[in-house]
Design a protein around this ligand. Sequence first.
Ligand code: SAM
Ligand code: SF4
Length: 406
Amino acid sequence: MKPQRAYTNLLRLRINLALKRQVINSYPVLAYIDPTSACHLRCPACPTGLRLGLRPPARLAWDVFEGVMDELGPYLFELHLYNWGEPLLYPETPDMIRTAKAHDITVRLSSNLSLSLDDATIEALVGSGLDTLVVSLDGATAETYQHYRRGGDFDRVRANMRHFRAARDAAGRQTPVLVCQFLVFQHNEHEIDTIRAVYQSWGADQLILAGAHMPFPPHDAGFAPSTQPEFDLYHPDHPYQRNARRLLRGRAAGSWLYGGVVLNPTGAISPCCGVAAEADDFGHVAGGFRAVWNGTRYRRARSLFQQSRRGKPAAGVPAEWLDGMGAGLPAGEGVICARCPIPFRQDDIHKTVARVAWGALVRAVRERRPRYLLALALMGGPNRAAWRWLLRWLRRQIAAAFTLAR
Ligand SMILES: C[S@@+](CC[C@H](N)C(=O)[O-])C[C@H]1O[C@@H](n2cnc3c(N)ncnc32)[C@H](O)[C@@H]1O
Ligand code: SF4
C-alpha cells in the first residue's frame, strides 16, 4: 500500500487545482517517463518516426531515473513508461518497472513489439509486475500494417505477442494485461472486423480502436483520417473535439500542470505527454525537481488559467489548438500551454484521482483492509469525475436490467 502521505498529497493537489494556485505544495500523481528517444521504425505521423529532430537522441541515465523515483515515487499512482521512443530498446526497462512497482505504482508500457526479444527479456518483463502492455498493431495483415509501421515486421509482432501470453500463462499471472492497439486510418479501416475477430487468438486480452493524430507534414502523403467519424479526431463531432471545446470554454485549470509530469530521456521536464519539441520543455531535473515544478514556466502556464472567461476562446476552438502534439507551431514562444497541443486531455488528472478513489474503495472491500477507507478519507473522498463514473455505471446497470426484464 502507498504511504499515507500519498493520499494527503492528493488532497493538497485537489485544493491547489481548485484554487488555481501558481506555486503548489503537492507532487504529481501521474508521470510519463521516457526511457529512450530512439526508435527503429519510421511511422509517418510520429515525430520520432519522421526523424524531425525535435528532441536530441538520448537514453535516460539510471541515476536520474532513480533520483526521480526516490523523490516522486511515494506520491505517484500511475506511470507510463514510454512517450516518444521505443521503450523496449532500453535494456533496463524491466528494472525500471520493478522499481516503480516497489512504490505500488500502476505501470503501463506501449511498444511496437517489432524487435527481437529473447526468452529471458520477455520473462523479466512479465515478472517485473508490469500492469499493462499496449502493443501498437495497426493492421490485420502485413501489407496494411507496414503502411503506417514502416520498417516493422508484422509476423514478429504477432509472434512476440503470443510469446508474452505464453510466458504470462506459464508464470500463472494475470498481468501484464495485453492490449492490442489499432490506430484507425482510412487505409486500414477495412480490417477493423478482422482484427476484432482475431486479436484474442494472438494472445491479447483487449482491443483498443482509436483515431490517430496527423499533425506532421507530409502526413497527408498517402494518409487520411478514417471515414468513420468515431475514429476521425478532426471531425467536429468526435468526443475529443467536443471535450476540447468544453474544456477551453470553461475556466477549469489544466490539471496536468498540477498532477502530471513528463521526464524525457535527457532529464528535461515537459508539462504533458503532447510536447513534441524540447524547446517547449519547462526545465531540467538536474536543477532539482521542485525548482522546475514551481519555476517560471510552470507558474506562467498555471497563470494562463486564471484569466477571466473573456481571456479564453469563447466560441469555437481555433484549428491549431487541435492540430495535435504541438508540432507545426512555433516552438519556444511563450509557454506551450497557451497553444495547448492536447486540450481534449486537460482533465486527465481528474480521471487519475477518480481511479485512485474507487481503487481504494474496492481494495478496502475485497482485501478487507480498512486502512484504504482511511486513505479515501485522507484524499478528500471521491472527486466529481468519480461520481460521474458511478452515475454512468448505475445507468448502464439499470438499462441492462430493463433489457433483461423485457
Ligand atoms: C510515440 S509511441 C512510443 C511507444 C512505442 N514506440 C509505440 O509505438 O507503441 C506512443 C504511443 O503513440 C501511439 N501513436 C503513434 N502514432 C500516433 C498517432 N499518429 N496518433 C496517435 N497515437 C499515435 C503509439 O501507437 C503508442 O501507443
Ligand atoms: S514505433 Fe512508436 S516511437 Fe517508433 S516511430 Fe512508431 S510511433 Fe514513433
